[in-house]
Design a protein around this ligand. Sequence first.
Ligand code: SF4
Length: 428
Amino acid sequence: MSAVEGKWKIIRETEKALFLERGDGIQRWFPKSVVSGPDSNGRMEVADWFLGKEPLPPLETSDLELPAPERGEWRQGAISYSQVSTFRACPRAYYFGRIRRVPSAMRQSQFLGSAVHEALELIYDCDFDTAVPEDYLAALLRRRWNTGKAEFERGRRQLGRWDESKFSPALDQARWGVAQATGDFSVESITGRAPPGREKMMFSGDSRIGGIIDVMFTDPELITVDYKTGKAPEGGLGDDQQLQGLIYSHLVREEYDRLPDRVEFWYLGDTKVTFIPDEAKVAEVAELMHEASDTIDELREMDEGHWEARPSETACKWCDAKPWCSPYQDSISDQIGEGRGNLVRGEVLESLQPEGKRPGSVTVQTGDGELKLKGWGRPGGLLGELLPGQEVQCIDTWISRSEYSGELEGLVSDPYAIIVDGYIKAEK
Ligand code: SF4
């Protein structure tokens, strides 16, 4: 069982089921086997897996008065950790993302991360005379969740569908973050131990390096914290997190005239991973940032060919530029196999528009035989428009065996992944 999606109270009860009402008036029968509670606060909990199978309408944003985030201005020309990380992994990816600005793919996970960050930033600014911290945390999360969902659903390039059942685990992560920062969830702790720095934008003295530090503690120790909504890496922090922690340490030293005592990564709901920055490594990384910034400035006005492409499994895995990137496409074999990341090339034999619950699909003649590719939503509509005889390639296709036919078939989730006779169909 996980956290409750809203507050539930029992309206009726039979031997095997409970009729519950949520705080916003939604009423529903649930099998007793998926409900637990009430807890000491009188709350019932409904299992996530059940809510995932039978989604509920989202909770209305509460009528609590919520604080609004205050954002500073990013200094023009300042380079961030994520930009340098992208540039180091593959300069061409930096070009596509920051210079040519190809459309970014939208994933629910990024909105979930923003919602948790914002709830953890603002919970300390709430008026607890009106409601308890639990309710404020849920309301803050829900507000950003709802705006994120609206943005996701309006997007030109969303991957997958919005999954409401992820709200409860996100709320659990936010609760964990508050408890770690304050020791517990009481009003006294939250108001008395609020971290002095939250979503703190910092720049180096020359304004060439910038970063936003999720949390800073300054008394008695100087500690930076970065929230992560994914799982902690096995085997310690990777190079990328080390780089991030060292860059933040550099920014802290510029402002506080000393390095942080510790850099912490909080894998929310899971664990903390900590390291102690040392002078030599911080100086090395500051140098590396300046070099990267200089190189990017030199390349900025140059065309695509001057930005080196470094296709590799790790660099390309989450790169949104794959549909535009010929070095990536040339590096992928035609051999398809079960799993993600396949590039399917072939001639269109027939296509079907989505209808009712049926996805859009196309059947293509590949070097290995016929293969059916399906897609829901916009990708399905685009597949259904393909014409016999057209040459098509679909990037990042997920191949699996059909439960019905036993044949391999592909799922296309990204509308920009469909390339027809050399052009990206979603751009036409
Ligand atoms: S797809 Fe790979 S090679 Fe192409 S820009 Fe992205 S990371 Fe670089």
